[in-house]
Design a protein around this ligand. Structure first.
Ligand SMILES: C[S@@+](CC[C@H](N)C(=O)[O-])C[C@H]1O[C@@H](n2cnc3c(N)ncnc32)[C@H](O)[C@@H]1O
Length: 298
């Protein structure tokens, strides 16, 4: 498979939500509804003006007020009891909480990837092992397990793994459907390669910067090329997919697409790339949240 010199960039949306909506965006913020709670969060990409009047924004149960340092800030709750609460996506349930970062435990724009992965697992109609690296609270692990895969979910944070386990219970998935790994992403994949472990699907959402449980330093630009090559080694001969998502890095989806094409060059199949987006209800504008590159066998 040669590098496609003119790849197209796909813009993916997640239209199947009823418990989530991007209500409005603008002036560096977004107004969202996660189930029963409306929230305001900072959104650097929203360089336009909001469509709705400020009184609509004041309906929010809480606002994350950023501070000067990168990713710093705190939540200001306008109602007494916000935490914790739940939302549903199709047959999946998730526990949400206002966490120390501006995150609440789910990336709603990823639902299109949950659907894609679920479809590939269901269509395969055979034993299917999925590895989810940098898995956080496990949105896509739940989707893969519900579709019938045997999932290995890995994260360096004990708290994130605990939260993902709570989501597994809320989704009423069998305890044996997910294997939990508290480990460093790159080291784990290298070990799996040595052990001869193979997966039919691999998902990775590596941060810009992170730390493994033993202090291992993860830096996207330094470590991603080694990780994607190591992932190729543990893809089974009958593998169906590999999905890379990236937030908060200064790269184009074409970069991610090319890296996936390069690492999986010997496998045939098809690589696409693009952005996962939210469409606001107020003005219909698209808000780009992350970039992705994904390989599919057939
Ligand atoms: C961007 S979040 C992933 C979001 C998730 N894929 C989702 O859609 O819900 C990044 C995660 O990587 C984890 N992490 C950071 N450094 C790591 C490392 N070296 N090895 C494994 N996980 C790491 C963090 O604890 C965090 O949960």
């Amino acid at each position: 498979m040669n590098l496609n010199p003119n790849p197209t960039v796909e813009l993916l949306e997640s239209p199947n939500w009823s418990d989530y909506e991007l209500i409005d965006s603008g002036a560096g913020r977004k107004l969202e509804r996660f189930g029963m709670n409306k929230l305001i969060r900072p959104e650097a990409e929203a360089v336009w003006q909001p469509q709705l009047p400020e009184r609509e924004w004041q309906q929010a149960a809480a606002e994350f007020v950023p501070s000067a340092e990168e990713n710093g800030g705190h939540w200001v709750a306008r109602r007494e009891k916000v935490n914790p609460w739940q939302i549903r996506y199709q047959q999946l349930n998730f526990q949400l909480m206002l966490s120390n970062s501006k995150q609440v435990g789910i990336f709603p724009e990823q639902a299109c990837q949950w659907d894609w992965v679920s479809g590939l697992i269901q269509n395969a109609k055979r034993d299917f092992r999925v590895l989810n690296l940098f898995g956080y609270t496990g949105g896509i692990s739940m989707a893969a397990a519900a579709a019938g895969a045997q999932v290995t979910h890995l994260d360096a944070s004990k708290k994130a793994v605990q939260w993902a386990k709570e989501n597994q219970a809320l989704c009423q998935l069998p305890s044996t459907s997910i294997r939990w790994m508290l480990d460093d992403g790159l080291k784990f994949v290298q070990r799996e390669a040595r052990r001869g472990s193979r997966y039919q699907g691999i998902i990775l959402d590596p941060p810009k910067f992170g730390r493994g449980p033993k202090g291992e330093v993860w830096e996207f630009y330094r470590d991603f090329p080694e990780l994607i090559r190591a992932c190729e080694k543990i893809l089974a001969d009958d593998a169906e997919f590999l999905l890379v998502t990236a937030y908060a890095i200064k790269a184009s989806s074409i970069t991610i697409g090319n890296a996936v094409r390069d690492a999986l060059a010997g496998r045939g199949g098809n690589v696409t790339q693009g952005e996962v987006c939210l469409r606001e209800k107020s003005g219909g504008r698209l808000l780009s949240m992350a970039i992705f590159g994904r390989w599919q066998r057939g």
